[in-house]
Design a protein around this ligand. Structure first.
Ligand code: ATP
Ligand code: CA
Ligand code: CA
Length: 431
């Protein structure tokens, strides 16, 4: 998969879905956030609200371009989660819905999920299977409590869980989560590590065709790489990972990975960011029409109305309007990554350190992703294949506790400063 999006324009097969997702998010998130904050109750974890959108609009919902139904899961829980993750409510809405711009990430993988970026690259929408959505709701309280006790969690930060359905269409569940990678810095290499070697190899010769490909465990080992953290940062990182993995083990989850993006400070930003931004879809409609969608008006508004809508939006978000991506790029570094969260505090990531804890030459962008797969689902698939053709599956799934232990061991094992790695290498050579 590549990290550059393909535009989702009006001719794109998924344009309608993308539009409906954003319209639903915009409506439900502002609806919940408009209320005075309160403590969570048990019923908040199972709450779900259903809304119907249509082209005429009604007392409850504004008019939309298409007819669709939108289901919003546990809005109060996600509101609190977003707050805990330091997400400014206005920022969230602006990033996702101030313009209906999304870009689709590569082609869908084995799982059939689709990935979309918000136009400022901060958020990812991932479509998930019904089973995964059900499971997330089941574990939501455990996840919530974990995040409260571990604000620096490395687990995917979930900001919303929703469902869209068009008439006669299928139900599409999706989550909104953090993009681990920064909008303003080149990621020179990407790895998706599981701590397994079976089938965990990206064909090196395909790298030429696709230099941004996500590499795997064997590619990492072949390059003799390390997550170069000195003692202090290593201790913080490994201890958080172990706490996060303990939760996943307890919940019977497996098949997750440590996603790692490497930004080499010595190489800096060589790629043209503009190139990246140009690939992000700019909708066909003009500024006026954008406002039209936002405000849900059915006709093209006058200049005055447009200005008024713009002002309203501006007031709503209580800060400046988002600048178009191509202008925003220069402004992003300082702006985009103010966070107190430990592993995202160094320019959005976690900077390498030397053995003496002095800063290193690389920034890592990392987190534990794809953590909604329960063991029994994989087991079922395995049994299916076994019963089907009698062929052994390529990857034999191991139970969650063993999966987690192997994961921890692998990641902790590759985490050491450059100096320590050198020393280890030399002592091995001497032996
Ligand atoms: P499969 O189940 O086949 O592994 P999936 O559809 O569940 O695939 P993920 O494993 O969640 O997909 O993610 C696939 C790829 O998408 C990752 O390897 C990574 O390149 C990118 N990706 C996923 N989540 C994020 C994220 N939060 N930030 C940045 N990139 C991400
Ligand atoms: Ca995965
Ligand atoms: Ca998956």
């Amino acid at each position: 998969r590549v990290m550059i999006g393909n535009k989702v324009d009006e001719n794109h097969v998924n344009y309608e879905t993308a539009y409906n997702m954003l319209t639903g998010i915009r409506f439900t998130v502002s609806r919940c956030n408009a209320k005075i904050d309160r403590e969570l109750e048990d019923s908040d974890f199972t709450a779900r609200n259903k809304f119907s959108f249509d082209i005429t609009g009604n007392e409850l919902t504004p008019s939309a371009k298409y007819d669709f139904k939108f289901k919003d899961y546990a809005p109060w829980v996600f509101r609190h989660l977003r707050a805990g993750f330091d997400i400014d409510p206005a920022d969230y809405l602006v990033s996702l819905t101030s313009k209906y711009v999304l870009s689709e990430l590569g082609s869908p993988g084995k799982s059939g999920s689709f990935f979309y970026f918000s136009r400022d690259y901060k958020y990812i929408i991932k479509t998930i299977h019904h089973g995964e959505a059900k499971f997330l709701r089941k574990i939501l309280k455990d996840y919530y409590n974990h995040v409260r006790e571990n604000p620096n969690t490395l687990l995917s930060q979930f900001y919303g869980l929703h469902r869209v359905k068009i008439p006669y269409g299928r139900k599409i569940h999706f989550v909104v989560m953090n993009n681990l990678f920064p909008p303003h810095l080149d990621i020179h290499r990407t790895f998706d590590l599981k701590g397994s070697t079976i089938g965990r190899d990206f064909k090196e010769e395909d790298l030429e065709k696709n230099p941004r490909a996500t590499l795997k465990d064997l590619n990492w080992l072949r390059r003799n790489l390390h997550l170069e953290f000195g003692p202090t940062k290593k201790a913080a990182f490994v201890s958080q990972m172990e706490k996060d993995v303990a939760l996943l083990q307890r919940l019977g989850i497996m098949d997750y990975s440590m996603l790692i993006g490497v930004h080499d400070l010595l190489r800096g930003n060589t790629e043209q960011l503009r190139e990246r931004t140009l690939k992000v879809y700019q909708p066909h409609h003009e500024q006026g029409e954008d406002q039209n969608i936002i405000s849900g008006l059915a006709r093209t508004p006058s200049k005055l109305e447009t200005a008024k809508r713009a002002r309203e939006l501006r007031d709503m978000v209580k800060r400046q309007r988002p600048v178009p991506m191509e202008h925003a790029v220069d402004k992003m570094p300082a702006e985009a990554h103010r966070t107190s969260l430990m592993f995202y505090a160094d320019n959005g990531g976690y900077q390498a350190t030397h053995e003496n804890d002095m800063p290193g030459e690389v920034i890592y962008y990392l987190g534990i992703i794809d953590c909604l797969t329960r063991y029994n689902i994989v087991k079922k698939a395995e049994h299916f294949w076994k019963g089907f053709g009698g062929n052994e599956p390529q990857i034999s799934p191991i139970p969650p506790v063993r999966y987690g232990d192997r994961f921890n061991k692998f990641i902790a094992g590759i985490t050491m400063s450059h100096e320590r790695a050198e020393k280890q290498r030399r002592s091995i050579t001497i032996d």
